[in-house]
Design a protein around this ligand. Structure first.
Ligand code: RIB
Ligand code: CA
Length: 303
């Protein structure tokens, strides 16, 4: 069982990733760290606690970065994740609160206490991880693996024609992480846009007649409606964050290539992830996915 820190900006696909991870025995989520991204960090932290409450789980949550390292903060994607970041489905505050330790110190302390054991799955902006590396560079050699949902290497972006949302939200943090020497695997739009959750599944979730499956059907319905506005007829939504979790559970879901990856830090192409064949850092890029096998695994595990 792999010990995992899951770094999130809970939003709707983050919520699906949390449920998938917590219902998969191959990994143990020892803590969740939160970041701005799909909303302010106050919202993404609250949303993470709400999702855990729905799932009946009490994994500790550590609040993190509230803004990018240096770029001006971008507008929150309320059109995709709702004003509250969770499909406008947050009806009351969670009972639990986040831990007093901050996300960055939690990451550093856990990695130093458990050298070469911890896998970090980051499915939001990479600000927390970048801050941890800047504060304690020695963790680079102590982290077992980093798997991120982010980037669009050989395909177009989803926030600009060039850039994927998590990287665009904090390109300097991504550049810091990719150039740090951390063992990074990129699960980008190259593969996540092939892993679509069909709209018809929601009826199955509702037929289960359970509060938790109704909750996930409601938030996912909001997400699918957003997808239909910019991908008319798509009939579903991309399982971006769940696929990053899936790659840690079963790496055979994807094929990877090794490249040096740089991030464009300014101008029209800011946030673009560029694959270079020369250079020291070697990043694993997921280029192919067994989408049907992954989707079936995800659905089998979710509730
Ligand atoms: O581009 C998709 C990514 O941006 C996902 O992680 C989604 O939750 C948003 O954070
Ligand atoms: Ca996310």
């Amino acid at each position: 069982m792999k010990p995992v820190i899951l770094d999130v900006d809970t939003g709707i696909d983050d919520a699906l990733a949390i449920a998938y991870a917590l219902n998969s025995p191959e990994i143990k989520i020892i803590g969740l760290t939160t970041c701005f991204g799909n909303g302010p960090v106050e919202y993404t932290t609250r949303n993470t606690l709400v999702v855990l409450e729905q799932l009946g789980k009490s994994v500790p949550v550590y609040s993190g970065a509230d803004k990018p390292l240096s770029r001006p903060p971008k507008k929150f994607p309320t059109h995709v994740h709702g004003e509250d970041g969770l499909g406008n489905r947050v009806e009351k505050p969670p009972v639990r609160e986040a831990e007093s330790e901050g996300a960055v110190d939690y990451i550093i302390n856990q990695v130093k206490q458990r050298p070469h054991e911890i896998t970090i799955i980051a499915v939001g902006p990479l600000t927390n991880l970048a801050l941890a590396v800047q504060k304690e560079p020695e963790i680079v050699s102590l982290v077992k693996e980093v798997v991120i949902m982010g980037g669009a290497v050989f395909v177009g972006g989803n926030t600009t024609p060039y850039s994927e949302a998590n990287i665009f939200a904090d390109p300097h943090a991504a550049e810091c992480v990719f150039s740090s020497g951390l063992p990074v695997t990129i699960v980008g739009l190259d593969v996540t846009m092939k892993t679509l959750l069909p709209n018809a599944i929601l009826a199955d979730w509702r037929a289960a007649g359970r509060e938790v499956s109704d909750f996930f059907a409601d938030i996912t319905s909001f997400y699918i409606q957003a997808y239909e506005t910019f991908h008319p007829g798509i009939g579903g939504c991309a399982l971006h964050d769940p696929l990053a979790v899936g790659v840690v559970i079963d790496p055979s879901f994807v094929k990877k290539e090794t490249w040096n990856v740089k991030v464009v830090l300014e101008g029209e192409e800011m946030g673009r992830t560029v694959a270079l064949s020369e250079g020291e850092q070697k990043i694993q890029i997921c280029t192919q996915v067994e989408a049907d096998r992954f989707l079936n695994h995800f659905l089998d595990r979710l509730f």
